[in-house]
Design a protein around this ligand. Structure first.
Ligand SMILES: [Zn+2]
Length: 422
Protein backbone atom coordinates (compact mmCIF):
# COMPACT_ATOMS: atom_id res chain seq x y z
CA UNK A 1 0.00 0.00 0.00
CA UNK A 2 1.63 3.32 -1.00
CA UNK A 3 1.92 5.95 1.71
CA UNK A 4 0.55 9.44 1.11
CA UNK A 5 3.87 10.95 0.05
CA UNK A 6 4.42 8.25 -2.57
CA UNK A 7 0.88 8.59 -3.80
CA UNK A 8 1.32 12.31 -4.35
CA UNK A 9 4.56 11.63 -6.20
CA UNK A 10 2.85 8.99 -8.34
CA UNK A 11 0.02 11.32 -9.29
CA UNK A 12 2.55 14.03 -10.09
CA UNK A 13 4.57 11.65 -12.28
CA UNK A 14 1.46 10.44 -14.09
CA UNK A 15 0.38 14.00 -14.81
CA UNK A 16 3.87 14.82 -16.00
CA UNK A 17 4.14 11.74 -18.20
CA UNK A 18 0.94 12.58 -20.06
CA UNK A 19 2.51 15.79 -21.25
CA UNK A 20 5.98 14.40 -21.96
CA UNK A 21 6.91 14.81 -25.62
CA UNK A 22 8.48 11.33 -25.55
CA UNK A 23 5.15 9.67 -24.93
CA UNK A 24 3.39 11.75 -27.55
CA UNK A 25 6.03 10.65 -30.07
CA UNK A 26 5.52 7.01 -29.12
CA UNK A 27 1.84 7.26 -29.99
CA UNK A 28 2.36 8.95 -33.32
CA UNK A 29 5.24 6.62 -34.28
CA UNK A 30 3.94 3.19 -33.23
CA UNK A 31 6.12 1.41 -35.83
CA UNK A 32 9.46 2.90 -34.74
CA UNK A 33 12.36 0.46 -35.42
CA UNK A 34 10.18 -1.93 -37.39
CA UNK A 35 11.35 -3.02 -40.84
CA UNK A 36 8.64 -3.72 -43.38
CA UNK A 37 8.89 -4.78 -47.01
CA UNK A 38 6.03 -3.81 -49.29
CA UNK A 39 5.92 -5.74 -52.54
CA UNK A 40 3.66 -4.36 -55.28
CA UNK A 41 2.98 -7.46 -57.42
CA UNK A 42 4.10 -7.77 -61.09
CA UNK A 43 5.21 -4.71 -63.13
CA UNK A 44 5.70 -3.86 -66.81
CA UNK A 45 4.03 -6.99 -68.14
CA UNK A 46 2.01 -5.23 -70.85
CA UNK A 47 3.96 -6.82 -73.70
CA UNK A 48 3.04 -10.40 -72.81
CA UNK A 49 0.34 -10.43 -70.11
CA UNK A 50 -3.25 -10.20 -71.38
CA UNK A 51 -4.66 -11.81 -68.28
CA UNK A 52 -4.12 -9.34 -65.45
CA UNK A 53 -6.32 -6.67 -66.95
CA UNK A 54 -9.81 -5.37 -66.16
CA UNK A 55 -12.75 -4.91 -68.58
CA UNK A 56 -11.84 -1.29 -69.33
CA UNK A 57 -8.10 -1.90 -69.47
CA UNK A 58 -6.95 -1.21 -65.92
CA UNK A 59 -3.90 -3.38 -65.20
CA UNK A 60 -3.36 -5.18 -61.89
CA UNK A 61 0.27 -4.02 -61.63
CA UNK A 62 -0.87 -0.37 -61.74
CA UNK A 63 -3.40 -0.83 -58.91
CA UNK A 64 -0.85 -2.77 -56.81
CA UNK A 65 1.72 0.01 -57.16
CA UNK A 66 -0.72 2.83 -56.34
CA UNK A 67 -1.91 1.13 -53.14
CA UNK A 68 1.66 0.19 -52.15
CA UNK A 69 2.93 3.76 -52.56
CA UNK A 70 0.21 5.21 -50.32
CA UNK A 71 0.78 2.45 -47.76
CA UNK A 72 4.52 3.07 -47.81
CA UNK A 73 4.00 6.75 -46.97
CA UNK A 74 1.64 5.92 -44.09
CA UNK A 75 4.07 3.37 -42.64
CA UNK A 76 7.03 5.73 -42.94
CA UNK A 77 5.10 8.47 -41.14
CA UNK A 78 4.38 5.96 -38.36
CA UNK A 79 8.12 5.38 -37.93
CA UNK A 80 8.65 2.13 -39.89
CA UNK A 81 11.67 1.52 -42.13
CA UNK A 82 9.95 0.66 -45.38
CA UNK A 83 11.45 -1.07 -48.38
CA UNK A 84 9.48 -1.19 -51.63
CA UNK A 85 10.53 -3.99 -53.99
CA UNK A 86 9.59 -1.69 -56.88
CA UNK A 87 8.52 1.95 -57.10
CA UNK A 88 7.99 2.10 -60.86
CA UNK A 89 6.12 0.11 -63.47
CA UNK A 90 8.98 -2.32 -63.92
CA UNK A 91 9.25 -6.02 -63.15
CA UNK A 92 11.52 -7.53 -60.50
CA UNK A 93 12.08 -11.31 -60.39
CA UNK A 94 10.20 -13.14 -57.65
CA UNK A 95 13.42 -14.51 -56.17
CA UNK A 96 14.90 -11.01 -56.32
CA UNK A 97 11.96 -9.60 -54.34
CA UNK A 98 12.47 -12.21 -51.60
CA UNK A 99 16.20 -11.40 -51.47
CA UNK A 100 15.44 -7.68 -51.12
CA UNK A 101 13.07 -8.42 -48.24
CA UNK A 102 15.73 -10.55 -46.52
CA UNK A 103 18.47 -7.96 -46.98
CA UNK A 104 16.12 -5.41 -45.41
CA UNK A 105 15.88 -7.74 -42.36
CA UNK A 106 12.14 -7.29 -42.53
CA UNK A 107 9.86 -7.99 -39.60
CA UNK A 108 7.04 -8.45 -42.11
CA UNK A 109 6.63 -8.88 -45.85
CA UNK A 110 3.40 -7.72 -47.45
CA UNK A 111 2.86 -8.51 -51.11
CA UNK A 112 0.02 -6.49 -52.61
CA UNK A 113 -2.05 -8.07 -55.38
CA UNK A 114 -5.52 -8.00 -56.87
CA UNK A 115 -7.41 -10.89 -58.28
CA UNK A 116 -8.79 -12.01 -61.65
CA UNK A 117 -11.30 -14.58 -62.73
CA UNK A 118 -11.15 -15.93 -66.24
CA UNK A 119 -14.74 -17.06 -66.52
CA UNK A 120 -16.83 -15.32 -63.85
CA UNK A 121 -16.91 -11.54 -63.87
CA UNK A 122 -19.44 -11.44 -61.01
CA UNK A 123 -17.08 -12.66 -58.29
CA UNK A 124 -15.38 -10.14 -56.02
CA UNK A 125 -14.02 -10.95 -52.56
CA UNK A 126 -10.77 -10.58 -50.62
CA UNK A 127 -8.16 -13.31 -50.10
CA UNK A 128 -4.99 -13.46 -48.04
CA UNK A 129 -2.35 -16.16 -48.57
CA UNK A 130 0.35 -17.41 -46.20
CA UNK A 131 3.09 -19.92 -46.94
CA UNK A 132 2.84 -23.66 -46.27
CA UNK A 133 1.25 -25.23 -43.20
CA UNK A 134 -0.51 -22.92 -40.73
CA UNK A 135 0.91 -24.78 -37.71
CA UNK A 136 4.49 -23.98 -38.72
CA UNK A 137 3.79 -20.41 -39.86
CA UNK A 138 1.75 -18.93 -36.99
CA UNK A 139 2.99 -15.33 -37.19
CA UNK A 140 2.03 -15.02 -40.88
CA UNK A 141 -1.38 -16.57 -40.15
CA UNK A 142 -1.93 -14.13 -37.26
CA UNK A 143 -1.30 -11.18 -39.53
CA UNK A 144 -3.35 -12.72 -42.37
CA UNK A 145 -6.36 -13.07 -40.05
CA UNK A 146 -6.14 -9.46 -38.92
CA UNK A 147 -5.81 -8.29 -42.53
CA UNK A 148 -8.75 -10.29 -43.91
CA UNK A 149 -11.02 -8.96 -41.17
CA UNK A 150 -9.98 -5.38 -41.85
CA UNK A 151 -10.58 -5.94 -45.58
CA UNK A 152 -14.03 -7.45 -45.04
CA UNK A 153 -15.14 -4.76 -42.61
CA UNK A 154 -13.82 -1.67 -44.31
CA UNK A 155 -13.58 -2.28 -48.06
CA UNK A 156 -16.41 -2.83 -50.56
CA UNK A 157 -16.80 -6.27 -52.13
CA UNK A 158 -19.68 -7.92 -53.94
CA UNK A 159 -19.22 -11.02 -51.73
CA UNK A 160 -17.23 -9.82 -48.70
CA UNK A 161 -17.43 -13.12 -46.80
CA UNK A 162 -16.69 -15.47 -49.70
CA UNK A 163 -12.94 -15.06 -49.40
CA UNK A 164 -10.72 -16.17 -46.57
CA UNK A 165 -7.17 -16.85 -45.41
CA UNK A 166 -5.57 -19.73 -47.31
CA UNK A 167 -2.24 -21.49 -47.65
CA UNK A 168 -0.40 -20.62 -50.89
CA UNK A 169 -0.02 -24.39 -51.39
CA UNK A 170 -3.56 -24.22 -52.75
CA UNK A 171 -2.21 -22.18 -55.68
CA UNK A 172 1.04 -24.08 -56.33
CA UNK A 173 2.23 -27.40 -54.88
CA UNK A 174 5.35 -25.81 -53.48
CA UNK A 175 3.73 -22.49 -52.62
CA UNK A 176 4.48 -19.07 -54.06
CA UNK A 177 8.06 -18.16 -54.85
CA UNK A 178 8.14 -14.90 -52.90
CA UNK A 179 6.77 -16.40 -49.67
CA UNK A 180 8.74 -19.64 -49.98
CA UNK A 181 12.01 -17.79 -50.47
CA UNK A 182 11.48 -15.41 -47.55
CA UNK A 183 9.84 -17.73 -45.00
CA UNK A 184 13.17 -18.60 -43.33
CA UNK A 185 13.64 -14.95 -42.41
CA UNK A 186 10.25 -13.32 -41.74
CA UNK A 187 6.49 -13.72 -41.67
CA UNK A 188 4.75 -12.66 -44.86
CA UNK A 189 1.46 -12.65 -46.72
CA UNK A 190 0.05 -12.01 -50.17
CA UNK A 191 -3.06 -9.84 -50.01
CA UNK A 192 -5.61 -9.93 -52.83
CA UNK A 193 -7.84 -6.88 -52.31
CA UNK A 194 -10.66 -7.80 -54.68
CA UNK A 195 -11.27 -8.73 -58.33
CA UNK A 196 -10.49 -6.24 -61.10
CA UNK A 197 -12.25 -8.55 -63.58
CA UNK A 198 -15.52 -7.56 -61.90
CA UNK A 199 -16.67 -4.33 -63.65
CA UNK A 200 -17.76 -2.68 -60.40
CA UNK A 201 -14.58 -3.94 -58.69
CA UNK A 202 -12.43 -2.44 -61.45
CA UNK A 203 -14.28 0.88 -61.20
CA UNK A 204 -13.52 1.04 -57.46
CA UNK A 205 -9.91 -0.08 -57.81
CA UNK A 206 -9.31 2.63 -60.44
CA UNK A 207 -10.29 5.38 -58.03
CA UNK A 208 -7.68 7.18 -55.94
CA UNK A 209 -10.06 7.36 -52.95
CA UNK A 210 -10.54 3.61 -52.92
CA UNK A 211 -6.78 3.01 -53.26
CA UNK A 212 -6.33 5.29 -50.26
CA UNK A 213 -8.96 3.30 -48.33
CA UNK A 214 -7.27 0.01 -49.17
CA UNK A 215 -3.86 1.35 -48.10
CA UNK A 216 -5.45 2.48 -44.81
CA UNK A 217 -6.84 -1.03 -44.31
CA UNK A 218 -3.34 -2.55 -44.71
CA UNK A 219 -1.93 0.18 -42.46
CA UNK A 220 -4.41 -0.45 -39.64
CA UNK A 221 -3.86 -4.21 -39.88
CA UNK A 222 -0.09 -3.68 -39.59
CA UNK A 223 -0.53 -1.36 -36.57
CA UNK A 224 -2.80 -3.90 -34.87
CA UNK A 225 -0.38 -6.73 -35.55
CA UNK A 226 2.73 -4.99 -34.21
CA UNK A 227 0.82 -3.78 -31.15
CA UNK A 228 1.24 -7.39 -29.99
CA UNK A 229 5.03 -7.08 -30.12
CA UNK A 230 7.59 -9.18 -32.01
CA UNK A 231 8.49 -12.13 -29.80
CA UNK A 232 11.83 -13.75 -30.64
CA UNK A 233 13.96 -16.81 -29.89
CA UNK A 234 17.76 -16.88 -30.21
CA UNK A 235 19.96 -19.93 -29.74
CA UNK A 236 22.24 -19.70 -26.71
CA UNK A 237 25.30 -21.41 -28.06
CA UNK A 238 28.91 -20.29 -27.90
CA UNK A 239 30.31 -18.30 -30.84
CA UNK A 240 33.07 -20.87 -31.10
CA UNK A 241 30.70 -23.74 -31.81
CA UNK A 242 32.03 -25.79 -34.73
CA UNK A 243 29.25 -28.31 -34.72
CA UNK A 244 26.33 -29.22 -32.54
CA UNK A 245 27.14 -31.51 -29.63
CA UNK A 246 24.37 -34.10 -29.30
CA UNK A 247 25.33 -34.65 -25.67
CA UNK A 248 24.32 -31.20 -24.50
CA UNK A 249 20.97 -29.51 -24.48
CA UNK A 250 20.15 -26.87 -27.04
CA UNK A 251 18.88 -23.69 -25.39
CA UNK A 252 17.05 -20.66 -26.71
CA UNK A 253 16.70 -17.23 -25.12
CA UNK A 254 13.15 -15.98 -25.56
CA UNK A 255 11.93 -12.38 -25.54
CA UNK A 256 8.24 -11.53 -25.58
CA UNK A 257 8.87 -8.46 -27.75
CA UNK A 258 8.81 -6.10 -24.78
CA UNK A 259 12.11 -7.06 -23.14
CA UNK A 260 10.44 -9.58 -20.85
CA UNK A 261 9.64 -13.28 -20.79
CA UNK A 262 5.85 -13.30 -20.54
CA UNK A 263 4.50 -16.06 -22.75
CA UNK A 264 1.31 -18.09 -22.91
CA UNK A 265 1.58 -21.24 -20.82
CA UNK A 266 1.99 -24.44 -22.82
CA UNK A 267 2.65 -22.57 -26.05
CA UNK A 268 6.33 -23.62 -26.20
CA UNK A 269 7.61 -26.03 -28.82
CA UNK A 270 11.01 -26.85 -30.31
CA UNK A 271 11.26 -28.77 -33.58
CA UNK A 272 14.34 -30.46 -34.96
CA UNK A 273 13.97 -30.89 -38.73
CA UNK A 274 10.19 -30.99 -38.30
CA UNK A 275 10.24 -33.43 -35.35
CA UNK A 276 8.91 -32.12 -32.06
CA UNK A 277 11.30 -32.36 -29.10
CA UNK A 278 10.41 -32.47 -25.42
CA UNK A 279 11.23 -29.00 -24.16
CA UNK A 280 11.37 -27.31 -20.78
CA UNK A 281 10.76 -23.65 -20.00
CA UNK A 282 12.69 -21.68 -17.40
CA UNK A 283 10.46 -18.66 -16.86
CA UNK A 284 12.96 -16.89 -14.58
CA UNK A 285 15.65 -16.69 -17.23
CA UNK A 286 13.41 -16.94 -20.27
CA UNK A 287 15.28 -19.98 -21.53
CA UNK A 288 13.67 -22.83 -23.47
CA UNK A 289 15.74 -26.04 -23.66
CA UNK A 290 15.59 -29.45 -25.27
CA UNK A 291 17.78 -32.46 -25.85
CA UNK A 292 18.54 -32.83 -29.57
CA UNK A 293 17.81 -36.14 -31.32
CA UNK A 294 20.90 -37.97 -32.53
CA UNK A 295 20.93 -38.27 -36.32
CA UNK A 296 23.47 -38.92 -39.07
CA UNK A 297 22.43 -35.83 -41.03
CA UNK A 298 25.23 -33.41 -41.95
CA UNK A 299 23.21 -30.39 -41.02
CA UNK A 300 20.19 -29.96 -38.76
CA UNK A 301 17.77 -27.12 -38.10
CA UNK A 302 15.73 -26.10 -35.09
CA UNK A 303 12.56 -24.04 -34.97
CA UNK A 304 11.02 -22.51 -31.86
CA UNK A 305 7.33 -21.78 -31.38
CA UNK A 306 5.68 -19.83 -28.57
CA UNK A 307 3.05 -17.11 -28.08
CA UNK A 308 3.66 -14.02 -25.98
CA UNK A 309 1.15 -12.72 -23.43
CA UNK A 310 -0.50 -10.58 -26.11
CA UNK A 311 -1.04 -13.65 -28.28
CA UNK A 312 1.60 -12.89 -30.93
CA UNK A 313 3.55 -15.91 -32.14
CA UNK A 314 7.30 -16.17 -32.61
CA UNK A 315 8.07 -16.54 -36.31
CA UNK A 316 9.77 -19.96 -36.29
CA UNK A 317 12.73 -19.14 -38.49
CA UNK A 318 15.08 -22.14 -38.69
CA UNK A 319 18.49 -22.12 -36.95
CA UNK A 320 20.89 -24.49 -38.72
CA UNK A 321 23.99 -26.18 -37.34
CA UNK A 322 26.58 -28.59 -38.66
CA UNK A 323 26.74 -31.95 -37.02
CA UNK A 324 30.15 -33.50 -36.50
CA UNK A 325 29.72 -35.44 -39.74
CA UNK A 326 28.78 -32.24 -41.58
CA UNK A 327 31.80 -30.41 -40.22
CA UNK A 328 34.03 -33.27 -41.39
CA UNK A 329 32.39 -33.18 -44.83
CA UNK A 330 33.40 -29.55 -45.05
CA UNK A 331 36.85 -29.73 -43.43
CA UNK A 332 38.02 -32.84 -45.21
CA UNK A 333 36.92 -31.41 -48.55
CA UNK A 334 34.39 -34.16 -49.17
CA UNK A 335 32.54 -31.63 -51.32
CA UNK A 336 35.67 -31.50 -53.51
CA UNK A 337 35.75 -35.29 -53.87
CA UNK A 338 32.10 -35.18 -54.98
CA UNK A 339 32.79 -32.31 -57.36
CA UNK A 340 35.82 -34.08 -58.94
CA UNK A 341 33.81 -37.27 -59.31
CA UNK A 342 31.01 -35.30 -61.02
CA UNK A 343 33.50 -33.65 -63.39
CA UNK A 344 35.03 -36.95 -64.41
CA UNK A 345 31.59 -38.52 -64.98
CA UNK A 346 30.63 -35.52 -67.09
CA UNK A 347 33.81 -35.85 -69.19
CA UNK A 348 33.02 -39.53 -69.82
CA UNK A 349 29.45 -38.64 -70.76
CA UNK A 350 30.60 -35.86 -73.06
CA UNK A 351 33.26 -37.86 -74.87
CA UNK A 352 31.37 -41.12 -75.44
CA UNK A 353 28.71 -40.19 -77.95
CA UNK A 354 28.64 -43.73 -79.32
CA UNK A 355 27.41 -45.33 -76.13
CA UNK A 356 23.81 -46.57 -76.09
CA UNK A 357 21.35 -43.99 -74.81
CA UNK A 358 20.58 -45.79 -71.54
CA UNK A 359 24.29 -46.00 -70.65
CA UNK A 360 24.79 -42.33 -71.43
CA UNK A 361 21.80 -41.53 -69.26
CA UNK A 362 23.32 -43.42 -66.34
CA UNK A 363 26.49 -41.29 -66.65
CA UNK A 364 24.44 -38.12 -66.94
CA UNK A 365 22.32 -38.89 -63.88
CA UNK A 366 25.39 -39.84 -61.83
CA UNK A 367 27.17 -36.60 -62.79
CA UNK A 368 24.05 -34.63 -61.88
CA UNK A 369 23.87 -36.43 -58.53
CA UNK A 370 27.51 -35.68 -57.63
CA UNK A 371 27.36 -32.01 -58.66
CA UNK A 372 24.31 -31.65 -56.43
CA UNK A 373 26.00 -33.65 -53.66
CA UNK A 374 28.94 -31.21 -53.70
CA UNK A 375 26.39 -28.48 -52.97
CA UNK A 376 24.56 -30.56 -50.41
CA UNK A 377 25.23 -28.45 -47.36
CA UNK A 378 24.62 -25.22 -49.26
CA UNK A 379 28.30 -24.52 -48.69
CA UNK A 380 29.54 -21.88 -51.07
CA UNK A 381 32.72 -23.76 -51.93
CA UNK A 382 35.14 -22.38 -54.52
CA UNK A 383 33.55 -24.43 -57.30
CA UNK A 384 29.94 -23.87 -56.25
CA UNK A 385 29.05 -21.62 -59.17
CA UNK A 386 30.55 -24.11 -61.64
CA UNK A 387 28.62 -26.96 -60.01
CA UNK A 388 25.36 -24.99 -60.21
CA UNK A 389 25.97 -24.17 -63.89
CA UNK A 390 26.75 -27.82 -64.63
CA UNK A 391 23.49 -28.88 -62.97
CA UNK A 392 21.65 -26.55 -65.37
CA UNK A 393 23.59 -27.83 -68.42
CA UNK A 394 22.89 -31.45 -67.45
CA UNK A 395 19.18 -30.82 -66.89
CA UNK A 396 18.93 -29.27 -70.35
CA UNK A 397 20.86 -32.15 -71.92
CA UNK A 398 18.68 -34.67 -70.13
CA UNK A 399 15.52 -32.99 -71.41
CA UNK A 400 16.91 -33.12 -74.94
CA UNK A 401 18.07 -36.75 -74.68
CA UNK A 402 14.98 -38.32 -73.17
CA UNK A 403 12.37 -35.86 -74.39
CA UNK A 404 11.12 -35.57 -70.81
CA UNK A 405 9.62 -32.23 -69.76
CA UNK A 406 12.03 -30.83 -67.16
CA UNK A 407 11.10 -27.19 -67.73
CA UNK A 408 10.02 -26.61 -64.11
CA UNK A 409 13.29 -28.00 -62.74
CA UNK A 410 15.30 -26.05 -65.32
CA UNK A 411 13.54 -22.83 -64.41
CA UNK A 412 14.16 -23.49 -60.71
CA UNK A 413 17.88 -24.02 -61.35
CA UNK A 414 18.05 -20.88 -63.53
CA UNK A 415 16.50 -18.82 -60.78
CA UNK A 416 18.97 -20.28 -58.23
CA UNK A 417 21.78 -19.03 -60.46
CA UNK A 418 20.13 -15.65 -60.96
CA UNK A 419 19.24 -15.14 -57.32
CA UNK A 420 22.11 -16.68 -55.40
CA UNK A 421 25.06 -15.94 -57.72
CA UNK A 422 24.19 -12.51 -59.12
ZN1 LIG B 1 -1.12 -10.61 -58.89
Amino acid sequence: MPNKKNLVLLVFLLTLSCTLPGLMTMDSRPLENINITIDPGHGDTKAYDNYRIGPTGEREEWINLRVAKILSRKLTRAGANVLMTRTKNKDVSLGGRAILASQHQSDLLVSIHHNASENDSTIDFPLVYFYGAASMNPASVDFANILINEMRNKMSFEQPNAGSVYSDHLIYNSGTSILRNSIDQMPGVIGEGGFFTNPEGERRLKSKEYNELEAEVYFQAIIKYFDGGIPTAKPLIPDTLDFLDFNSEIQFQLDDGFGNTFFEDNSFEIFQDGKRLNSSWDIRHGVLSAQPLITDENRISFQVLARNFKGNAIHPRPFSFYTEAGKRWYLEDDWFTAFRRADSLFTQFDSQHNLPLDERLVLLNEALHYYRLSLELQIVHPNALEAEKQVLVLLELKQELVGEDLQAEIEKQSSRLRDYYP
